[in-house]
Design a protein around this ligand. Structure first.
Ligand SMILES: [Zn+2]
Length: 110
């Protein structure tokens, strides 16, 4: 399961451009944007995509990671919620073992 999950995360991070996502809520100038996590209005969050690898780090609240981490924090969604939504958007099939894990997670959350 873990290997399939890593492969899926890698596929999604490659498929979606973090800069495009950040542009949906902030201007991005030379890699600098406002941070939606601490909701600052100064462009102190650095965002970059190199060779299909997404990365962001905020100089104020220190939030960091890739696109999935950013969306988890920004949209207040769980890891699996973000993965499900992005996979659906990209028409990427979620392997059965991961779907099962997601269902277990959802049933525990209730
Ligand atoms: Zn921040």
């Amino acid at each position: 399961m873990q290997r399939e999950l890593i492969k899926l995360v890698s596929k999604l991070e490659k498929r979606f451009n973090i800069i495009k996502y950040v542009k949906s809520f902030s201007k991005v100038k030379n890699g600098w944007a406002t941070c939606p996590i601490h909701a600052g209005d100064e462009p102190l969050m650095f965002v970059e995509r190199i060779d299909g690898f997404n990365f962001f780090i905020c100089g104020v609240c220190r939030s960091n990671g890739g696109l999935i981490a950013l969306q988890m924090l920004h949209l207040n969604q769980s890891f699996y919620e973000v993965i499900e939504r992005l996979a659906a958007e990209a028409n990427i099939e979620i392997p059965a073992s991961i779907k099962e894990e997601i269902e277990i997670y959802k049933s525990r959350k209730k």
